[in-house]
Design a protein. Structure first.
Length: 219
């Protein structure tokens, strides 16, 4: 499906995602440092927040703030809507932290830095933002940057897997000593290993794409 946004640019948005987005209840953002709000959760997903003793068990409607660390348990999952309408889906066994986030709605400018220690998450950024915006995903060995994309990032062992279902993504090793980067377009994947440049893009088969969409969509 093709969706033309008010920016005048044309973006490809999965039909199932559009229906899901439209099904979200209206959200009123709090006046604190909230970055996003939990839309759906299954099982136990805990949040560690600076200045708060112990862990917070997240539920639908919980707000997520900058510097929060989220950890999904075995067979648990979570879907979060950021205030700029981006979506993050966490699979089971994932540890994710909101390192930095701000969104100037009037200027349509976003700054987001999210880190993944382990596990798998899907990021759906379906709206283009103004020049100067940033959305970066950090892992132990990779830096991933995009503006409009639907991608899955999986971290395990000493490597990071990146699969782009739509849009364009740039990535390189997080070490300044490793030279080389990769540009991923629709239906391509790459792996970044410790002390190595990204692998050359490989194509997703239709079966792999369906699997990533099913596993990454979660609900």
């Amino acid at each position: 499906m093709i969706l033309r946004l008010f920016t005048g640019r044309t973006h490809y948005v999965p039909l199932f995602f559009l229906f899901s987005l439209l099904s979200f209840p209206p959200i009123t953002w709090s006046s604190d440092e909230s970055a996003g709000k939990v839309i759906r959760v299954q099982g136990d997903v805990l949040c560690t927040r600076p200045g708060v003793a112990g862990s917070i068990k997240l539920k639908a409607g919980s707000f997520v703030r900058v510097a929060d660390t989220l950890e999904s348990g075995k067979e648990s999952r979570l879907q979060m809507l950021l205030s700029d309408n981006s979506v993050i889906n966490m699979s089971a066994g994932t540890v994710l932290r909101i390192n930095q986030y701000s969104f100037e709605r009037g200027k349509s400018r976003r700054t987001a830095v999210v880190s993944i220690k382990k596990g798998k998450a899907r990021f759906i950024l379906h709206e283009a933002r103004k020049d100067g915006s940033l959305f970066r995903i950090e892992t132990g060995n990779a830096l991933i940057q995009t503006s409009t994309a639907d991608l899955v990032v999986e971290v395990g062992g000493q490597q990071t897997g990146i699969c782009t279902l739509s849009g364009n993504v740039g990535a390189h090793n997080s070490s300044n000593l490793v030279i080389g980067n990769v540009r991923l377009s629709e239906n391509t994947c790459s792996i970044i290993r410790e002390k190595a440049p990204p692998s050359a893009p490989s194509l997703l088969s239709p079966q792999q794409r369906r699997s990533y969409i099913r596993d990454g969509y979660l609900f």
